[in-house]
Write a protein that binds this ligand. Structure first.
Ligand SMILES: Nc1ncnc2c1ncn2[C@@H]1O[C@H](COP(=O)(O)OP(=O)(O)OP(=O)(O)O)[C@@H](O)[C@H]1O
Ligand SMILES: [Mg+2]
Length: 256
């Protein structure tokens, strides 16, 4: 079982959007669990899962509820979600009060190691203990970068957080919400993937189709399968899959 943390210190950059679409891509041939770690519950909402955690996140982190029973099925085969509810507002405090506070997520995931091929963590923004937990357990950290002068700052911050763990977890950054009508975005597209070793050559365009996910309550590949956005997420998943050390999609049956 491999763990993919979708994370940035910066808010509103497309983390949840990426987590949801990557989970759907991965579930074409793998057993996938998306864990919504954000009290806003956006990933929970986008997969149309009830935002209810029995006993709250406290029970999950302390081991009174196991991850398997917290996981909910989605409308998609092989794809489950651990939803977030309001109790996730206290996640930081709950972790802080626990033993080995940076390894709580790893501990929870231990109990479902054989049940899923990949776990995708949709992290809240900020440099919190939740982020430290996610980085600790991750095989790869996926970081959306909105092209702006400040974008690289979040990449550097996350780079430092990863370096602090001594685990050398790869960081895979991609340009998110790219609007090619904007000069700064075109410049970022041309320069960043070559200038920065962590920025890959796959980008997600800014498009109303992605905004529509909030109405369709489904990943973009379900209602716009041939769109540039859907193709971007498929390419992104290919890169993430490789970086996480998952075997490439073989002859297993896929939905297409
Ligand atoms: N490529 C895109 N094109 C158009 N809109 C986008 C795109 N990516 C994300 N959005 C929109 O931008 C908003 C923020 O995206 P998202 O929730 O994925 O960011 P986030 O990094 O998870 O935010 P937060 O830090 O609050 O968790 C959402 O309304 C989403 O629909
Ligand atoms: Mg989010």
């Amino acid at each position: 079982m491999k763990v993919v943390a979708v994370y940035s210190t910066k808010g509103g950059v497309g983390k949840t959007t990426a987590a949801v679409n990557l989970a759907w891509e991965a579930a074409k041939d793998l057993r996938v669990l998306l864990w919504d770690l954000d009290p806003q519950g956006a990933a929970t909402f986008l997969f149309d899962v009830k935002p209810k955690v029995k006993g709250g996140v406290d029970a999950l982190i302390s081991g009174r509820t196991d991850a398997g029973s917290a996981a909910r099925p989605t409308a998609f085969e092989r794809l489950d979600v651990i939803p977030a509810d309001d109790s996730y507002r206290d996640l930081e405090l709950v972790m802080d009060g626990a033993r080995k506070s940076t390894q709580r997520i790893a501990k929870v995931l231990d109990s479902i190691r054989g049940d899923y091929d990949v776990v995708i963590l949709d992290c809240p923004p900020g440099a919190s203990l939740v982020a430290e937990n996610a980085i600790h357990v991750a095989d790869v950290v996926v970081l959306p970068l909105v092209p702006s002068p400040l974008a690289l700052r979040s990449l550097e911050q996350v780079g430092r957080l990863v370096a602090d763990t001594d685990k050398k977890t790869p960081v895979l950054a991609f340009l998110s919400m790219v609007d090619r009508r904007k000069t700064a975005h075109r410049v970022a597209l041309e320069t960043l993937p070559t200038a920065h070793r962590d920025v890959i050559d796959v980008f997600v365009p800014a498009t109303v189709l992605i905004e529509r996910m909030g109405m369709e309550l489904a990943p973009v590949g379900t209602f716009g399968p041939t769109s540039e956005a859907a193709r971007s997420f498929a390419a992104l998943w290919g890169a993430v899959r490789k970086a996480a050390g998952l075997k490439s999609a073989g002859t297993k049956k896929s939905r297409h």
